[in-house]
Each structure stands twice: as structure tokens, then as C-alpha cells.
Design a protein around this ligand. Structure first.
Ligand code: ZN
Ligand code: ZN
Ligand code: FE
Length: 757
């Protein structure tokens, strides 16, 4: 049995309520070894034992906690064991880590939920009910310290009853900064799309319920921004939302009234359930049941469904009134950041939403819903925002203050203060003016909140990224960090790994530093940085960026790399293009103009999806790869072949596989079979390189490792071959993790002025 270590940080009302003795008893019962301790930053717990016992520990800690304990945040990471003996309650830590932490927004607690449904309670049906254990935090804070006068609640004068609760140490609302009630707090209004008030308070809520039932699209001002809400069973309305929002096929998340209704639609494991009910309350990607009665357009062609439970009193009241699941998606046009104020929402969403449910509590910073799922029996956050941001990742030692500006897609920024790295909430793709503005604001926000004097700025090496260009605004040294190395460093940081190791960094696109596009990289990491140990064989992408939207372009680029000019006579491989398109593509490939070379694994996925006709054009990044993953048959052990060219760096050649796929296509093999063999081969490629490089630790990062099949297969195979695989947990494997990696890179050299790979 492999022994692992789990670290859990619990924040909330867990001090002085018998929490530590409870942890001790539970750990001892489960025969775990480790310790528990109180610190100014919360209760820290470490336990060692077999994975199953650690999972039981994780689940029971929350379920069986002492009655007076209230958990506001619960983050866990699996780490290498350090061989503790026995379990102990350690001496409280008074010193160290004095940095004030800003808590994330916390899902409504059970006590508050029961109050809003209790006709005898003074907060009956009040949509802005909260207490010390739940409610808005990061989305209302303007400055530290966290006092009401520093939040967007400052304009609401507490009534005598609220004031009394706020000052009573025995009350659940003692020092609850956003404390409010129907008499003194924020109120609802319902507006039409011209901004005229139609209804207010209870009446607004009642009319919204009717509107959803009537198939209308609602813009709802939520916790961290506007959401668009529509009846998830009404195909016509869901389609209308897609059309108006310009979001063709990217799956929508669904909010269900309760856990029970979520069970009607999805298969939910114990770990999934923990995530759904956690104070972080993310959207959880679940396996959808075949009899789920939802509109087909909610998540077309997708065997998974993103599900979130109500996490504010407003959502509880709305979903309770409806009793049916709704689509709950961010209030924006595709690729734009979420709207946070009424005027902006009216301007940008008036063509999308029929009515606007708004309130008078200002949202200080935008916050999307987070997305998490279980991969290889462990939680992994793929979009980190509400509920998680801005809790820090702790480094093993203090570092200078670095502001990292992230990448281009799924941008986040990060700031190091002492030992903590604060990673911002998900900002988005910096493709639009609005997204860029949100990025600039976030890059100013973190240093201001933590009153940090920045020692250096870190950014991507890509000279054309807006985030890179922004770096020159700061009059401090700039450190440009290679994209794929940043991926690996982010994964190392959250797993507390030290080199030497092998980093497998697979994604769609990243600037290589040698003028080509990287993305299928094997990086040797040592104390000085990295070297490129190997990469997937390169091929040309005709049309460059256009290839991201058209997997068929990746396919033809790959075929041209194999067949050269002979390709133009192989008609059976050219069916995805008409004659005029072909002649253009041919020119690009033959002349190497507007056809950059890439070693991208993401584009290899695209190429295979295109080649087998699964998807020729994609409506969002990663769609083809996702569909290839979903198509794969279980329980296929067959795999395609590849070759390893003994060069330095190693070149991993997919050519044999592509020729075998063409044969399989001719033999009428299904996409399911082809996809399974392809995935199995990718895992073997990683094994083959790992053997050559000869490092025990293998770190998996980059957007490709959001692919559950690839990730689980690779972990299984690496473990079977006696390597130690590491993958992401609290930080996304996609470009949302780049800023953390950039911070770490910038601290690695004595001289941050030296821009290097
Ligand atoms: Zn509460
Ligand atoms: Zn009040
Ligand atoms: Fe990337």
C-alpha cells in the first residue's frame, strides 16, 4: 500500500470549539500519523496513511465536525510522505505568517439557509442574509483591514437589531462585516432591458420565478458578477441564450435546487458530493446520467455536466421557488469578462437578457464560478475563482515580492508576499478590450490590497502577449519566463517538489524562445532552471492561429509533414477541404509562409480529431481534444506505435501512429477504438521519455492534463513503472496556473534582470 501525506488547512470558526481534539480522535481512529496545530492562518492538519484512509479522513472531518465548528474554507493537497510516527496536537504557532489573509466568498451556511426559510425569523426570505461563517468577502473588500467601512457594505447603516448581533460575542453575527437584514440591508429590484424598474423586493423575486418558467432569459446580479439564468429543460430558451450570447457549443453549467436533484441528472461519488457541498461550492464536472432530462443544447455532445448548488440566499430562494434546474452561466458575451455593475450589464446584456434582477450592494471585483472535478481520485481545480481566490499557495521559504502577469488565455495574475503567493481569480482570455481592462485592474489590485512594494515583474516570453507588453509599465526588473517551464514550476510549487525532475508540459500553444510554437515538451528541471529534454515531432500549422479554430488544418499540416508533396495526390486524405481552400493551404505549406512550426500536443489532438473526421471546425479552444477524449472506448489496451529519435533534445515521432490510424480508418475502425489507442500511445510516449531521462519524479502540467483519460492513464502507467507522478490540485493545469509558475521562476535567479529561458 502506497503511503501518502495529506495537508488540510481549515479556516473559520474552528478555534476554541473542540476542533483539535476531534481531529486527533478521528486521525487516531483511522490510524493516521501526523499532527494538527492552530495558527493565526487557521488550523493546519497533516496526516499520513494509505490513500483510502486519507479520503475517509477528508470526508469525515467535514461531516462529523463538532457542532459549534463552522468551516469557511477547506483546502487540501496530497504530498509526499515524510514518515511521521504517531499523531499529535502540536503547540500553537504564534509567530510567522502574519500577513493578513483575505477570505474568499463563502457559500451560504446551513444556519442562514434555515433562517431564510423560517417564517418566524426576521430574515425570512431575505436574499442578502449572511453571518460570520458565510457570505461575500473578496467581492466586497476595497481595502484591508477587513472592516465594514472598507467594504461595499459601508453605505448601509446597520439597524439596532443588526448592530446588537454585530457586537454580541455570543452571536453568530459577531463582527460579521456584511451583516444585514430586510430593514437595513441591500434590496432587490427587477428591471426591464431598458433599465426601468418593474418590481422590487419579494415581488421582484416572484416575477423572476414566473419569467424563468415562461422561458425568459434572466440577468441576475450575483455574488461576483452577473449571471444569465434560463430554464435548463427548455430547449428553445437555451438555444436562444446560445444565439444571443454568441456561444455556440461550449457547455453551460447547471444550478440544481438541491443535491437530490443533482443526483437525478448525474452520477455523484462521495468526493464529488463533498465538493458540491463545500464552502467553496464550485461548479463540479460530473458524469451525466443517460436519462437526464435537460435540454440537449445545455452541453451538446458532452457526457459530463457542470453542476453547482445554490451558494447565496438569492440563489436558494430562486431555485426553491422554481424547483427545477437552471442554466447559470456568466453574464457576458463570449470571451468578455463578467459584468459587475448595473449600467455595464444593461449596455452589454440588453440584447441577451429579457429582465434584470439587480440589487444595491456593489460588487468590488469580478468573480466567476470556480470549476473543479475529480481526476485520479483527487480534486483538481480547473478554473480558480469564487471560493478559492485569493487564498495563497505557500512556498517553502520567503521570497521577494514578484508580480507575475500570466499568459494570454485563461489569464490570472499572482503576487508573492513573504512565503505566500496570492493567485488572482480567473480573469479570462485577453482577446477583448474589456478583458484587457479587467487584467490591468487585477494587476494593480493585488499589490494595492497587500500593500506590496514590487521587487520584480514576471511575464511570458511571448513578445506579442498583451500581458507581456504590460510589464514595461513597471519600473522594476522584468523577468520573461518560458511558458512551459512556468507550467511545470506551478505544479512543482503546489506539490512542494524540488528538482531534479522531468516536467511533461503539454498544451495548445506557448512561445518556445526559438521562434517555434512549443506545446509537447519534456523539460529536465534542475536547480538552475530547465533544459529541453525532448519534444513531440514538429509540423506546420497552415494559417497559424486559424488552425486553433480548425482541427482540419492541424490534420493537413501533420499529413504534409509525413507525405510531403505526395500528399496532393492522396485524395482520400484531402476530403476536408474544397479545391480553392486546398490550393491556398498548399501554398502556405510548401512555402512555409503563415504556417508556423509547432510541437504542440494540443494540436496533435486536433490533428487526430480532424483526420478521423470527428471534428473539422471547433467553436472553442480544446473542443476537438475534448471530443476525442469523450469518444474513447474504455477497456482498450491496444496502442499505436511511435518512434524515439535519439537526438538532443529527443524527438518523439507520431508518424507510425498516424499511418496506423489511416489504416484503421480504411479498415472501418470506430473513432472510439482509434481514440483509445491514441490516448494509450501518448501515455507510452511519456513512459519512454521518462525512462530515457531517468528521473523518478515526473510532473504533469499544461492544458492537456485537463483530459481525464490521458491524465489517469499516464498516472497509472508511471506508477506501474516505478516513477512518481505529480499533477495539479488547487491550481489549474491550464494557463490559469502560469502566473504562479512565473513567480517561482523569477525567484530562482539571483539577478532578475537576466531574461532567460
Ligand atoms: Zn451563515
Ligand atoms: Zn438590520
Ligand atoms: Fe499553456
Amino acid at each position: 500500500m502506497i503511503r501518502e501525506r495529506i495537508r488540510i488547512v481549515v479556516r473559520g470558526a474552528v478555534q476554541g470549539v473542540g476542533f483539535r481534539p476531534f481531529v486527533f480522535r478521528l486521525a487516531t481512529e483511522l490510524q493516521l500519523e501526523g499532527w494538527v496545530l492552530n495558527s493565526v492562518q487557521g488550523v493546519f492538519i497533516e496526516g499520513e496513511g494509505p490513500r483510502d484512509s486519507l479520503n475517509r479522513f477528508l470526508l469525515r472531518l467535514e461531516k462529523e465536525k463538532p457542532p459549534r465548528a463552522a468551516i469557511q474554507s477547506f483546502e487540501s493537497s496530497f504530498l509526499d510522505p515524510v514518515n511521521y510516527t504517531g499523531f499529535e496536537i502540536r503547540q500553537s504557532q504564534e509567530s510567522g505568517g502574519k500577513t493578513a489573509l483575505i477570505l474568499p466568498d463563502i457559500a451560504t451556511c446551513a444556519d442562514c439557509v434555515s433562517e431564510i426559510f423560517d417564517p418566524a425569523d426576521r430574515r425570512f426570505r431575505y436574499p442578502f442574509t449572511n453571518c460570520t461563517n458565510c457570505g461575500p468577502r473578496f467581492t466586497i473588500i476595497e481595502a484591508l483591514p477587513y472592516d465594514r467601512t472598507n467594504t461595499s457594505m459601508k453605505k448601509f447603516q446597520m439597524c439596532a437589531d443588526c448592530e446588537r448581533e454585530y457586537h454580541d460575542p455570543r452571536d453568530r453575527r459577531f463582527h460579521a462585516q456584511p451583516n444585514a437584514c430586510p430593514r437595513c440591508g441591500p434590496q432587490l429590484q427587477l428591471w426591464d432591458s431598458a433599465g426601468q424598474t418593474i418590481a422590487s423586493k419579494e415581488d421582484a423575486l416572484r416575477q423572476v420565478v414566473e419569467s424563468v418558467r415562461a422561458g425568459k432569459i434572466i440577468a441576475l446580479k450575483g455574488l461576483g458578477g452577473f449571471q444569465l439564468i434560463v430554464d435548463a429543460a427548455n430547449e428553445k430558451s437555451v438555444l436562444q441564450l446560445r444565439e444571443r450570447k454568441h456561444r455556440e457549443e461550449k457547455p453551460f453549467a447547471v444550478m440544481t435546487p438541491s443535491l437530490a436533484t443533482a443526483h437525478d441528472h448525474c452520477r455523484i461519488s462521495e468526493l464529488d458530493e463533498r465538493l458540491l457541498l463545500s464552502p467553496e461550492s464550485p461548479i463540479v464536472l460530473l458524469a451525466r446520467k443517460s436519462n437526464a432530462r435537460l435540454a440537449p443544447s445545455v452541453a451538446p455532445g458532452n457526457p459530463n455536466l457542470g453542476v453547482v448548488l445554490p451558494y447565496t440566499p438569492l440563489h436558494h430562494l430562486l431555485l426553491h421557488g422554481l424547483g427545477i434546474p437552471v442554466v447559470a452561466t456568466s453574464g457576458n458575451l463570449s470571451d468578455e469578462p463578467i459584468c459587475i455593475d448595473e449600467q455595464d450589464a444593461l449596455e452589454r446584456l440588453h440584447r441577451i437578457a429579457d429582465v434584470f434582477l439587480v440589487h444595491d450592494r456593489a460588487i468590488v471585483r469580478h468573480m466567476d464560478d470556480s470549476i473543479a472535478r475529480i481526476i485520479a481520485g483527487r480534486e483538481i481545480v480547473t478554473r480558480r475563482a469564487r471560493g478559492y481566490a485569493p487564498l495563497p499557495v505557500q512556498l517553502t521559504q520567503p521570497v521577494p515580492s514578484i508580480l507575475a502577469l500570466g499568459a494570454h488565455l485563461k489569464n490570472t495574475v499572482a503576487l508573492s508576499v513573504g512565503q505566500n503567493v496570492f493567485v488572482s481569480q480567473h480573469i479570462g482570455d485577453l482577446e477583448t478590450e474589456q478583458a484587457y481592462t479587467a487584467f490591468v485592474r487585477s494587476a494593480a489590485d493585488l499589490p494595492q490590497l497587500y500593500e506590496a512594494r514590487i521587487d520584480a515583474v514576471a511575464c511570458d516570453m511571448h513578445p506579442d502577449y498583451l500581458s507581456t507588453k504590460h510589464a514595461v509599465q513597471f519600473s522594476v526588473p522584468i523577468r520573461a519566463v518560458q511558458h512551459h517551464w512556468a507550467h511545470i514550476l506551478s505544479c512543482m510549487a503546489e506539490n512542494e517538489l524540488t528538482p531534479p525532475l522531468l516536467g511533461v508540459s503539454w498544451d495548445g500553444t506557448g512561445y518556445g524562445g526559438d521562434g517555434t510554437i512549443w506545446g509537447g515538451e519534456f523539460l529536465r528541471g534542475d536547480v538552475n532552471g530547465f533544459s529541453r529534454g525532448g519534444h513531440l515531432r514538429q509540423f506546420r500549422l497552415p494559417g497559424g492561429e486559424a488552425a486553433v479554430k480548425e482541427p482540419r488544418r492541424s490534420a493537413i499540416g501533420l499529413l504534409y509533414e509525413i507525405f510531403g508533396d505526395q500528399l496532393w495526390s492522396l485524395d482520400h486524405l484531402l476530403g476536408a477541404f474544397d479545391r480553392s481552400e486546398l490550393s491556398l493551404i498548399r501554398q502556405m505549406l510548401e512555402k512555409g509562409v503563415n504556417a508556423p512550426l509547432t510541437s504542440s500536443a494540443g494540436r496533435l489532438f486536433d490533428a487526430v480529431a480532424g483526420l478521423i473526421g470527428l471534428r473539422l471546425r471547433a467553436s472553442f479552444e480544446g473542443q476537438a481534444a475534448m471530443e476525442l477524449e469523450f469518444a474513447a472506448h474504455d477497456r482498450v489496451d491496444d496502442k499505436y506505435s511511435f518512434t524515439l529519435h535519439q537526438e538532443s533534445p529527443l524527438v518523439i515521432d507520431w508518424q507510425p501512429a498516424i499511418l496506423e490510424i489511416i489504416d484503421d480508418l480504411r479498415a472501418g475502425k470506430t473513432p472510439g477504438m482509434i481514440s483509445a489507442k491514441f490516448h494509450n500511445m501518448l501515455a507510452e510516449m511519456i513512459i519512454a521519455v521518462a525512462r530515457k531521462i531517468g528521473q523518478e519524479k515526473v510532473v504533469l502540467s499544461g492544458g492537456c492534463f485537463q483530459n481525464r483519460l490521458l491524465t489517469e492513464r499516464t498516472i497509472d502507467r508511471l506508477t506501474a513503472e516505478n516513477f512518481r507522478p505529480y499533477w495539479h490540485q488547487r491550481i489549474p493545469p491550464n494557463d490559469g496556473g502560469i502566473s504562479l509558475g512565473q513567480v517561482v521562476a523569477a525567484t530562482m535567479s539571483e539577478n532578475p534582470k537576466r531574461a532567460e529561458i
